[in-house]
Design a binder for this molecule. Sequence first.
Ligand code: IPM
Ligand code: MG
Length: 369
Amino acid sequence: MSNPSLLILPGDGIGPEVMAEVRKVITWFGDARGLKFDVEEDLVGGAAYDAHGTPLHDDTMAKAQAADAVLLGAVGGPKYDALDFSVKPERGLLRLRKEMDLFANLRPAQCFDALADFSSLKRDVVTGLDIMIVRELTSGVYFGEPRGIFPDNEGGRVGINTQRYTTEEIRRVARAAFELARKRNNKLCSMEKANVMESGILWREEVQWVHDNEYSDVELSHMYADNGAMQLVRWPKQFDVIVTDNLFGDVLSDCAAMLTGSLGMLPSASLGAPMANGRPKAMYEPVHGSAPDITGQGKANPIACILSFAMALRYSFDEGEAATLLETAVQKVLAGGARTADLLGPQGGTAISTTEMGDAIVAALAASQ
Ligand code: IPM
Ligand code: MG
């Protein structure tokens, strides 16, 4: 049997720097544990635009469709700000999500003990925090038609985006969230704005339908998304799994991410329907962006990207034990005091570089053998 395939798309900004550290981890699992992958690398975002005049070449799209899993670094940067909307780096990412039909975006927000003081919230509000946001990723206002900027009747212009959800789009992401809740603490909170949006009313009704017909064992609650944002910073530990739409999920997951102290820590998985080999279509990426302000300085924190690979081990390759091994290695390195620049609190201290953090994590893996 051939090895499972991984397509690596480092992208822009700090993407290539953090991905280089992930490759060390991938190599370690191959050498030390016989967990080998066929790895291929390609361009996405601004890097693809520079090479091909498009943020995602059709050949790359085809490779992503064929791969067992895709690992993506980050896209975008000020260099591309003036580009036409249709070729902006972000379009490459959105095309991958849409064409691979990665409808369930899993964004865990976990507070590592060693970092509880880095949160802008009080320690007792965040210690032990472990929540999972499931964001719908292929529909809603990100993709709804009509959209565009048009002339209006008064000689001005009108900008239009459309929030649109179908029964099936809501039900399938709800099912993904209920499944996760069953494996965790069996609690799901669904967030929308059913008080002002028809799509929110449908969202609430369909999530309730899936609960009543298929997952009545899971404790379900509903919350307006604005209240959800408030509750997330008031007492985040009330949540286990949260399911929400594409736009609210974008905003709420950044909010949840910061509870943990640094965006540099948070991985994500975007999952679609099972392929012929039983594995879900999948792409894994850190939640942080391309961070142009620190690009090329060795300051980036590779942990979010490394933990994204851990999610790939768990959700694509059924290697939960290997994933736990990697997550534990990260915890040990942090507990030992190693900090990249983003993890230095107000007291300061000495930061280690991106490569030093990657090396420390590989060393911790080796020590755990
Ligand atoms: C995210 C990002 C993207 C989004 C951007 C880069 C298009 O903010 O993954 O959360 O809005 O979905
Ligand atoms: Mg975002």
